[in-house]
Write a protein that binds this ligand. Sequence first.
Ligand SMILES: [Zn+2]
Length: 465
Amino acid sequence: MAQFDFNTYVLNVTQDQVQSVSVTYIDDIIQIHITLKPTVSSCPYCGGPVKLKEYSFHSFNHLPIAGHPSVIVWKRRRYVCKDCRKSFSEQNPFGPEKYRQSYAVLSSIADDLHNVHLSFKDIAQKHRISESLVLLYADSFLQVPRNPLPESLGIDELHSKMSKYGGSYLAVLVDNVHRSLCDILPNRSKRTLSKYFEMIPLEERKRVRFVTIDLWQPYKDTALKYFPNCCVAADPFHVVEHLTAGFTRIRVDIMNQCVYNSPEYYLLKKWHKLLETDYYLDNTPKYNNYFKQKMNYRDLYDMLLSLNSNLSLAYHLKEMYRDFNRTCSFENAPAQLDQLIDAFESADLYCYEEFVSILKNWRTEIINSFQRPFDNRKQSNALTEHFNSRLRELITISNGFANFDRFRARAIYCLNNHTFYSLTSSLHSNKREGKDRGPYNKTKDVPLTDDPNNNVDSMVDDFEE
Ligand SMILES: [Zn+2]
């Protein structure tokens, strides 16, 4: 009895439905032969009496059992109506009609497609099917319509060879409120963005209240044009990145003017991190081999800042900005930012020329980043950066996707919980245009019994990646 329960549990049918089941083990494959109890008593077309016409065998690739691959071999009845002469088959509980995979396999593939750590090839090997079949399922089943625009939209770019129309970046759109991936566009140009947003009804676009971007002018222009009610916020991290690049420039220039291996050179070469990262400076002094004495971080930090007045000025300006960035309120931001712009301008350091023009050009957007409308978080592109690293991971494990539509579908399926996988009877491939069809080869990946009714999967080798 226990054995029987186990089989029915594994096979997605109840014990009552099973007439007989037997298991064979051939070439490391568990073959489960099953016959169901007859349930048909009348014709589904006319209600007339029926008689058994014939049996046919259907095989379904199934999930491994205790590590061994398994196949369901179902002996299926076909009936014929004695009145209207129409014929029909028993109900199929194992897998969709015309598929050679069981429901359990298709559902397991769906789960795996959701995992950014698994490549299509990994999924194919795991389920003992060809990679082209996994691609065909992904192309057919991943339903990724356009997601509605969020209240706070993040726009960022991702460097990729898949980008189309002359650019080298994809545009990544995220929902900063619900923290999910909204869409990916094949290019970050103003033209591509405009074309995408133009298609969206004005009523929906009016609901966008915040747009977070890095310092890329086309994003700003597009946001202001298509989202009449939005505040554009510049990502604080990108602003600070320009600031630290300016500071590194002056530090390296001064270092290169020092005598090699002089104390000045040594400090700027070995201890610059004390001016770049927040360290606890009052640590226990340790013996320093260069200065031949015990020193802590504060000793070295003080020495660094006394080396050069311009370096010290650049450092203090940088810290003033960072402090503003960390602590300022939205209300105080305009006045404090203007004071900072004055301070940077009057310092007149060549290393901050670019930074000062950024502060001036992006003043409104920088101030907007201090608004905290959701979960008390500043407006930033932290989320797009997070998604970009997941997307890069997905590209890496897939040996560099070459097909944008397929990448978009998989990425949104992985990173947006409102996207679904649904079985469809019409399979289609998102294969790239302009490639010839390969020669017809019947797939040999899955050892299945011959079944003329099941021919869909055998067509898949026509589909190339
Ligand atoms: Zn009938």
